[in-house]
Design a protein around this ligand. Structure first.
Ligand SMILES: CCCCCCCC/C=C\C/C=C/C(=O)SCCNC(=O)CCNC(=O)[C@H](O)C(C)(C)COP(=O)(O)OP(=O)(O)OC[C@H]1O[C@@H](n2cnc3c(N)ncnc32)[C@H](O)[C@@H]1OP(=O)(O)O
Ligand SMILES: Cc1cc2nc3c(=O)[nH]c(=O)nc-3n(C[C@H](O)[C@H](O)[C@H](O)COP(=O)(O)OP(=O)(O)OC[C@H]3O[C@@H](n4cnc5c(N)ncnc54)[C@H](O)[C@@H]3O)c2cc1C
Length: 615
């Protein structure tokens, strides 16, 4: 439906100013998200299953550099669902869902992003008026980053330190109106604006926000987990981290988002590599498709495998997320730490790997990959941001490490949850079981090393399962992909395997051979494999990756859209197509700065005195 809309055509965004980009993004987002509303009216989506629709839209490239409405769907609504009580949900969700209010999520401040217990914004309860007073006591307390907050949102969830009866109870969430619903003017006591140009996501309208003793009703504190009663009494949550649920949700959906971007990047680079020919193996021969070089296969094929591995893992993570949330509703908090550790780890690993793979895809396209029109630079800008937002990757990995170490310390005393059950066998097998160069052997090795084993074993199990129902030919290719993913990472993480498993030099050598053989075996199916991602040209928006392979024609067509090429290329008064030679000669002559004034000052100063013999 979207691809039929002309609204997405026009001047490429790169040539627009920062302000025009924002205006364009609002126009396009409104077209795109009005479709979500239409689908809702037609009963094709509901608030409970909109992740796919919204995720699909945001990741579709229709909104190439992000959307100022993205946070409304991805964080504002999930935060209400996760943290508001039933009454509050009834009040706010219908308005949010039909977009009669637009929201953002304001947690990070100028001074603190990672350490959220250190946030400085305060929400102090005033029992006399039954209001909270929101205040930013310092410059570093200003909210900084929230998507869509600059000029777009009129509401947002704000995370602030809660004070009641003179006591601080740590950070809590509040729903806050920041702009007038009619005029869109910032409300008194609100200082708001946009934070400026960034490496990517320049259409997202990330904002800043400060409060000057700004008052909101008591009922605007989100009270599903903790409450403040009318007299100011504080009622604790069952678990202090339940308030972090929206972040866990977004970490989970980010894994899906990475699948989108990785599939796109590798589709573009693989199709281009089939079109591009460079160098002859023997003099006089036709030049080779660059996809035939094993080094090029090494750059690309692991991304095809990783896209499948991440998709399968994302689905499993989504199931776990829903299971644990159902248990939370029943009051069972047992698996919350495991879900948190899983979401942290998978968000960090998939964003870091996707960013590295997209950059490899860009390099694999040589100079043409450097063109904005290839879509690869923009895609890199989008995925590398995900390494930082929603929890900086190192910090998230440390959270997972903390959980693993804790679990390891309790190996003998506690029953292990499914995702960490491998720790028991790994502990027992360390150095005791020999190395084996099979997929299972590599997975066992990684169980000892404990990195990426979640992704690997899930990928392997799912492909084993699929193999029962697919054709023998497809089964073979799927196994090649699992093999490639496992051998690639075994070779990348050799130092860990050498340190913690009995892998020998000979086995490393044969692993390398096996990896190269798998690349060669996959080569005939490479283009078919990326075609199978089924991404339309309108979604790829790339000069290099279109299905028809018209790479060079598209590069020239895009070049012609540069405003610098708006003037005729010939740039000749004599040779123009319309033959207006004399008119052009005169027009050009009139452009001379000497013709801008009838008499040049040198006449009076030098020439006239000289002519009159006075000089
Ligand atoms: C397909 C759709 C497209 C999606 C695209 C999305 C596009 C959107 C673009 C951008 C949006 C970006 C939004 C944002 O960035 S919002 C801001 C996000 N900010 C963060 O993520 C901050 C990161 N910091 C933290 O999460 C935390 O501060 C922390 C986890 C690093 C530490 O928290 P803290 O309160 O200091 O905890 P402690 O160190 O005291 O730990 C105590 C204990 O609790 C455990 N724990 C921490 N967090 C959780 C949790 N969420 N759930 C369960 N348990 C948790 C922690 O591990 C400790 O456990 P213990 O060892 O057993 O004691
Ligand atoms: C594009 C984008 C969109 C965003 N959107 C939003 C939004 O909508 N709403 C919102 O509230 N926020 C948003 N953010 C903010 C984002 O959540 C934070 O930037 C992120 O959580 C990282 O925090 P920080 O910037 O404070 O980094 P810092 O924590 O200052 O990190 C800097 C360095 O310090 C290291 N470090 C920090 N703490 C530790 C530690 N304990 N141990 C070891 N190393 C450590 C990190 O690993 C990193 O290398 C967005 C950010 C970006 C880039």
């Amino acid at each position: 439906m979207l691809s039929k809309r002309e609204v997405f055509d026009g001047v490429p965004e790169e040539y627009l100013s920062h302000k025009e980009r924002y205006e364009n993004a609002i126009r396009n987002s409104v077209v795109a998200f009005s479709l979500v509303r239409k689908m809702q009216e037609e009963g094709k989506t509901s608030i409970n299953n909109y992740r796919d629709v919204v995720g699909g839209l945001l990741g579709s490239s229709v909104l190439r550099d992000g959307s100022p409405l993205g946070l409304h769907y991805i964080m504002f609504m999930p935060a209400i669902l996760n943290q508001a009580n039933e009454e509050q949900q009834e009040k706010w969700l219908p308005r949010a869902w039909n977009c009669s209010i637009i929201g953002s999520y304001a947690q990070t401040e100028l001074g603190h992003g990672t350490f959220i217990r250190g946030l400085e914004t305060t929400a102090t309860y005033d029992a006399a008026t039954k209001q909270f007073v929101l205040h930013s006591p310092t410059l570093t307390a200003y909210k900084w980053w929230p998507g869509g907050l600059g000029q777009t949102a009129n509401y947002c969830i704000v995370v602030a330190q809660l004070y009641t009866k003179g006591q601080c109870h740590g950070i809590h969430s509040f729903i806050i109106q920041v702009r007038d619903e009619e005029t869109h003017m910032p409300l008194p006591g609100i200082k708001i604006g946009e934070i400026g140009a960034k490496l990517g996501l320049n259409a997202v309208n990330n904002g800043f926000l400060g409060f000057d003793n700004y008052r909101i009703p008591r009922t605007n504190m989100l009270m599903k987990h903790a409450q403040v009663l009318e007299d100011g009494t504080y009622v604790k949550s069952r678990h202090s981290k339940l308030n972090y649920g929206a972040m866990v949700f977004v970490r989970v959906v980010i894994v899906f988002d990475m699948v989108n971007y990785l599939s796109k990047a590798v589709t573009i680079a693989t199709r281009f590599s089939a079109v591009r020919r460079q160098c002859q193996l023997k003099a006089g021969e036709t030049e080779c498709q660059i996809l035939d070089y094993v080094t090029q296969q090494h750059k690309l094929f692991v991304s095809i495998a990783a896209a499948h591995a991440f998709r399968i893992t994302a689905n499993k993570l989504w199931l776990t997320f829903n299971e644990v949330n159902e248990q939370l509703v029943e009051g069972n908090l047992q698996r919350l730490p495991e879900l948190h550790a899983l979401a942290c780890c998978l968000k960090a690993v998939t964003t870091a790997d996707t960013a590295a793979c997209v950059e490899r895809c860009r390099l694999a396209c040589g100079g043409h990959g450097y063109m904005m029109s290839s879509s690869l630079p923009l895609t890199y800008g989008l995925v590398t941001a995900a390494c930082t937002y929603e929890g900086e990757n190192t910090v998230l990995l440390l959270q997972t490490a903390r959980f693993l170490v804790k679990t390891y310390q309790q190996l003998d005393s506690k029953a292990l949850t499914p995702t960490v059950a491998y720790l028991k066998t790994a502990a027992a097998e360390r150095f005791c079981v020999g190395w084996s160069n099979t997929t299972e052997g590599i997975i066992r090795g990684f169980q000892v090393v404990a990195m990426r084993v979640i992704i690997m074993s899930t990928f392997n199990e799912e492909v084993q399962e699929m193999s029962r129902t697919v054709s023998p030919q497809l089964k073979e290719v799927l196994h090649q992909l699992v093999d490639l993913y496992c051998t690639y990472w075994a070779l990348e993480k050799l130092s860990d395997l050498l340190l913690y498993t009995p892998i020998s030099q000979k086995e490393v050598e044969s692993l390398r051979l096996r990896y190269e053989e798998t690349l060669t075996n996959l080569r005939p199916n490479a283009v078919g494999l990326v075609d199978a991602f089924d991404l339309r040209d309108e979604m790829l928006q790339s000069t290099l990756g279109s299905y028809d392979g018209r790479v060079y024609e598209r590069l020239m067509e895009e070049a012609m859209k540069s405003p610098l090429n708006a003037e005729p290329m010939l740039q000749s008064t004599l040779g123009s197509y319309d033959g207006r030679v004399y008119e052009r000669l005169m027009e050009e002559a009139m452009k001379s700065p000497l013709n801008a004034e009838p008499v040049n000052y040198t006449f009076h100063k030098y020439l006239k005195p000289f002519m009159q013999g006075k000089l």
